[in-house]
Design a binder for this molecule. Structure first.
Ligand code: SF4
Length: 231
């Protein structure tokens, strides 16, 4: 199916209808990746509450905050659904930490990218293998890089469609939805962690700044992506 054709089919539909349509257009090949941020929690609620046949997964890098595991646990208990977990290849992690130590990512951008590749990018590639449609919680206002994207795209490299259901949502809309539906969310969010990744690499930010500025804060400003969503 061509991208324009897909866009036409989804046009004018609600997020729930779009998700349902994608799941039926790509049965068994529609996947949502959650890192339990507030945006992801909104999408998880929409998938689980509507019993949509979409595979929900998360990447456990081994360096997450305890609070992230808390919200993971609360989510599967609340919705009585499964979230599939993908871990990094243990041999690669063992080699990395043995050779470079547990904080190699602070030493250089190359080292940081190496760690992200082992702990995130490679497991993500494994999760996406054989999938045709990848749903994620990206919002346009999260960063300059993300504002260049669009809500429905085709990823030539990964050979699948990307759908970002909350692409046009403001943060206020996300927070309102979370409150209205009593959706569990990461308590770190209320302490200024608007974008939450691995514990050593994430800091709280001042509201109004680039959402990704709390990630890899020791690096110069620029493209704050781990390699999962950049092409
Ligand atoms: Fe490694 Fe930090 Fe990337 Fe997590 S965010 S994979 S700890 S470099």
């Amino acid at each position: 199916m061509k991208l324009k054709e897909l866009r036409d089919q989804l046009s004018g539909k609600s997020i729930e209808e779009r998700l349902e349509m994608l799941a039926s257009l790509f049965p068994g090949q529609t996947i949502f990746t959650s890192s339990f941020g507030v945006e992801d929690q909104v999408i998880t609620e929409k998938i689980f509450s509507n019993n949509l046949p979409i595979k929900v997964i998360t990447l456990d890098t081994g360096r997450l905050f305890p609070e992230t595991y808390e919200v993971f646990s609360q989510t599967i208990i609340k919705y009585r659904k499964k979230i599939e977990v993908y871990f990094p290849d243990y041999l690669s992690v063992e080699k990395l930490v043995t050779e470079k130590g547990p904080f190699s990512f602070f030493d250089s951008v190359e080292n940081r990218k190496e760690c992200c590749r082992i702990r995130k990018v490679v497991p993500l590639r494994r999760a996406l293998a054989g999938m045709s449609c990848w749903i994620s919680g990206i919002r346009s206002e999260q960063s300059d890089n993300r504002s260049q994207m669009s809500d429905i795209e085709y990823d030539e490299e990964k050979k699948l469609y990307n759908y970002h259901p909350l692409f046009d949502w403001s943060l206020d809309e996300v927070e309102k939805y979370i409150r209205e539906k009593s959706i569990p969310y990461n308590p770190l969010y209320d302490k200024g962690y608007l974008s939450i990744g691995c514990e050593p690499c994430t800091r709280p930010i001042i509201k109004g700044r680039d959402f990704r500025s709390g990630r890899w804060w020791w690096e110069n400003e620029g493209n704050k992506e781990c390699g999962c969503h950049v092409k």
